[in-house]
Design a protein around this ligand. Structure first.
Ligand SMILES: *[C@@H]1O[C@H](CO)[C@@H](O)[C@H](O)[C@H]1NC(C)=O
Ligand SMILES: *[C@@H]1O[C@H](CO)[C@@H](O)[C@H](O)[C@H]1NC(C)=O
Ligand SMILES: *[C@@H]1O[C@H](CO)[C@@H](O)[C@H](O)[C@H]1NC(C)=O
Ligand SMILES: *[C@@H]1O[C@H](CO)[C@@H](O)[C@H](O)[C@H]1NC(C)=O
Length: 286
């Protein structure tokens, strides 16, 4: 998500995308990613060949629909609806109990999804996989993509990148079923934010009849700050919203796996020393 990342699964808006948009104004001023067609079509073939060979979709057709949506509009005027044909060309169903949503926990989310089997994030869907980290916009007069500069999202009502991620996030949340997991950052104020992609799009798209449990996991940085938790701050609001909408839920603070993962990423941290010491003890025995 170095630039526009999906995160999907949440604007600083919970979507990682939004986060990037907000946090990366310099990146946002870059033009369309060079070689975007080759990247997008290549990722698509990679996905349907190596990731899920049972998908029957036409990668060239998806590209045509994408291009149609973007290049016939001015760079700030691509709505969610403009992508309808593209999304229609890429149907995908998902197994239940694997949906992972997240907000402002991108780095950790990646490690988590990598070690805990069966978690699926927006970036694992075909659309997330194809467009992750890319930037694009058209230009006036139907001249194709603008490779020299794209507007910042704040300059636009309908930013082409944001609109795609918004629709992708909505589709992802609408498909969610069984137990779903939401990974939130307890080291910031408003871990749950109504402006995030999770709070503004995904939460409203979850269907209480399809979702069995919403399992919230709050994780802080190892060295804090410890600002929000299951019983403190905006997460309490999230729980109230879920309850009012008839969702069952659980909430866990600083699950062990999440803390150990952070220690792996940063073993010198003081709170990781106990673990490190017992591991070196084992090492000395062997
Ligand atoms: C934006 O798109 C709408 C519908 O496609 C069109 O009617 C309108 O003229 C466009 N506005 C600009 C500034 O291009
Ligand atoms: C592959 O795609 C098919 C059709 O959408 C779906 O039923 C299946 O669960 C997917 N398998 C994996 C491993 O993603
Ligand atoms: C929480 O958010 C802060 C600020 O964006 C970030 O530096 C930190 O890595 C995040 N913590 C976790 C556990 O994701
Ligand atoms: C769903 O979550 C609930 C509450 O955490 C748990 O009791 C149940 O075993 C979970 N079911 C599955 C299929 O993971």
């Amino acid at each position: 998500m170095s630039s526009f990342k999906v995160s999907t699964a949440s604007l600083m808006i919970n979507v990682p995308v939004w986060f990037l948009l907000c946090s990366g104004p310099l990146k946002a001023q870059q033009g369309t990613t060079p070689n975007i067609k080759h990247i997008v079509v290549g990722r698509c073939f990679n996905y349907i060949t190596l990731v899920n060979s049972s998908l029957r979709i036409d990668c060239e057709e998806i590209w045509r629909q994408f291009e149609e949506a973007v290049v016939h509009q001015s760079s700030c005027n691509v709505t969610v609806d403009d992508y309808n044909h593209m999304f229609y060309a890429m149907p995908q169903t998902w197994p239940c109990d694997r949906f992972l949503f997240w907000s402002k926990t991108r780095t950790l989310m990646h490690s988590y999804a990598a070690v805990v089997p069966n978690y699926w994030t927006l970036e694992d869907t075909l659309v997330g996989y194809m467009f992750n980290d890319l930037i694009w916009c058209g230009q006036e007069e139907d001249l194709g993509f603008d490779f020299s500069s794209c507007p910042e999202w704040t300059a636009c009502r309908n930013h082409p990148v944001y609109s795609l991620w918004r629709q992708a996030s909505q589709n992802f949340a609408e498909m969610a079923c069984g137990n779903i997991t939401v990974l939130l950052n307890g080291s910031i104020v408003n871990a749950f934010s109504g402006k995030s992609m999770f709070g503004s799009v995904e939460l409203d798209s979850l269907n209480a009849c399809r979702v069995n449990y919403v399992n919230i996991k709050v994780v802080t940085n190892l060295d804090g700050p410890f600002i929000e938790s299951c019983t403190k701050g905006s997460i309490v609001e999230l729980i109230q919203i879920l309850q009012a909408r008839g969702f069952r839920w659980t909430c866990t603070d600083n699950e062990e796996t999440l803390m150990i993962l952070q220690c792996i990423l940063n073993p010198k941290q003081a709170s990781c020393q106990t673990c490190a010491n017992s591991l070196s003890h084992i090492k000395s025995l062997t």
